[in-house]
Design a protein around this ligand. Structure first.
Ligand SMILES: NC(=O)C1=CN([C@@H]2O[C@H](COP(=O)(O)OP(=O)(O)OC[C@H]3O[C@@H](n4cnc5c(N)ncnc54)[C@H](OP(=O)(O)O)[C@@H]3O)[C@@H](O)[C@H]2O)C=CC1
Ligand SMILES: O=C1OC[C@@H](O)[C@H](O)[C@H]1O
Length: 420
């Protein structure tokens, strides 16, 4: 057996998800039976300070040889990096990904891919021109649970999927004391392209799309008609609750038109604990349904129910050491059972395998689909009247005003950090 190929990662930004992703990246792929590749981190960059990047490398257990940079510009010039993982807020993905691609770097960019479809298209165009790998980091798509669900759909066991309900919601606004909501969080800040649609609704849309679009033949893969209802969060003007009806055109022999309902909220939650928990995704066909338990971005249980009486329940664990959880204060998150990884390594493996195989896109959500989903979200925002500032909607790169998109707290810390 040949030695695994080592893929050298550069981490762009050092916030909450960068920590979780990097710890997962460093879990030996052998524990999940992946033998073709291994991951290593060769550098991390923080726009706050070099010392923050150094601390990040230490805290996440990266090799001592990994280099800390105090700016993203320096990171993308590092010749030792094979691929950059972008973990900034949505508002910054376009500028950061353009920076990486322009410098000739392959990119795995956190969700939501960009703020709008025009930005997503511009990234795809540049990646193709430069023959670089580019993938939206929708980790859920690469989970064994998602692969299992898509396989059931394509096997025809439940018949042509006709309807999908998907919910990804959480009580970010504390139910008992709404006035204690963290309005400085990127979840609701308009300058960071906040609101549950782009942050959490993307997962509801992911389930609708992977069941009604990804799994279809070329002939039946058509963008849906979109109708949306949006309630705004009166404090910041972001959305607070968004529900989307998607009508997918289909040939009659494939079951005819299919419906998707994707919803998200930061005032009410999808889940209740323990025995009272129910599915957050239901995928229905004429012969039965598949249910996926919350949180739907990190599915841990599925149930296949067929009208012939078959019931197949499965639990999905993420092998590896526990890496902790809780991306948000005030957000109820599943605690990671002891002895589990977080599940972000599946998408990292996919990106690494693509580099080894010379592929330029992810297998389970190609760039065309990422763009179609961004177009859907554009339409939802149009119907709901949710407009972000031109400085973050723009496709101009580099955008002169983007340097002015400042951080709260962090930037002051950085100032002291670098000055003292
Ligand atoms: N796949 C998943 O499960 C998850 C994905 N995400 C996605 O990851 C991205 C980051 O989220 P998360 O880690 O929670 O966010 P954090 O706020 O914790 O971290 C974002 C980091 O981006 C950098 N940054 C650069 N410019 C700014 C700015 N103007 N304001 C704030 N931060 C800035 C900072 O790093 P530095 O100072 O080092 O440059 C900051 O620490 C989002 O796109 C989100 O949707 C988030 C959570 C879960
Ligand atoms: O991607 C995410 O997944 C988990 C959620 O809690 C978080 O809001 C989101 O950014």
């Amino acid at each position: 057996m040949s030695e695994p190929k080592v893929i050298r990662w550069g981490i762009l930004a050092t916030g909450a998800i960068a920590i979780t992703f990097t710890k997962d990246l460093l879990v030996d792929p052998k524990v999940r039976n992946v033998t073709e590749i291994k991951h290593t981190v060769v550098a991390a960059a923080s726009s706050s300070s070099k010392s923050r990047a150094s601390q990040f490398l230490k805290d996440t257990g990266c090799p001592s040889s990994a280099v800390a940079y105090g700016s993203y510009d320096e990171l993308v010039k590092d010749d030792n990096i094979d691929i950059v993982y972008i973990a900034t807020p949505h508002s910054h993905h376009y500028q950061n990904a353009m920076l990486c691609l322009t410098a000739g770097k392959n990119v795995l960019c956190e969700k939501a891919f960009t703020v709008n479809a025009a930005q997503a298209k511009a990234l795809v165009k540049l990646a193709r021109e430069k023959n670089l790998f580019l993938m939206e980091a929708v980790w859920t798509r690469y989970f064994p649970a998602s692969i299992y669900v898509r396989d059931i759909i394509t096997s025809g066991k439940i018949g042509p999927v006709t309807r999908v309900f998907a919910d990804n919601s959480g009580t970010f606004i504390p139910p008992d004391e709404p006035s204690k909501t963290d309005n400085d969080s990127r979840m609701v800040r308009m300058d960071l392209a906040g609101g549950p649609l782009l942050d959490m609704g993307i997962y509801s849309l992911t389930w609708v799309f992977q069941c009604l679009y990804t799994t279809q033949s070329e002939k039946d893969r058509k963008p849906p008609k979109v109708t949306a209802a949006m309630k705004k969060y009166d404090v910041t003007g972001s959305d607070e609750m968004t529900t989307i009806m998607l009508e997918f055109p289909r040939s009659e022999e494939n079951g005819g038109t299919a419906h998707g309902i994707a919803t998200t909220s930061i005032r009410v939650a999808t889940k209740f604990e323990g025995e009272t928990a129910g599915p957050s995704v239901r995928i229905q066909g004429p012969k039965g349904e598949i249910q996926v338990w919350p949180p739907c971005y990190r599915p841990t249980k599925t149930k296949l129910l067929l009208y012939d009486g078959t019931i197949e329940e499965k639990r999905w664990l993420q092998p590896g050491p526990g890496v902790g959880s809780g991306w948000y204060n005030g957000f109820s998150q599943d605690k990671n059972p002891e002895g589990e990884g977080h599940g972000m390594f599946w998408e990292a493996d996919e990106a690494a395998l693509a580099l080894v195989e010379g592929r330029k896109e992810g297998r389970f959500e190609n760039l065309e689909e990422s763009v179609v989903i961004m177009e859907c979200m554009d339409e939802v925002r149009r119907q709901g009247g949710l407009v972000y500032d031109d400085s973050i909607e723009t496709t101009e790169f580099p955008h002169t005003a983007s340097a002015a998109l400042t951080k709260t707290g962090d930037s002051l810390m950085a100032f002291f950090d670098d000055t003292l």
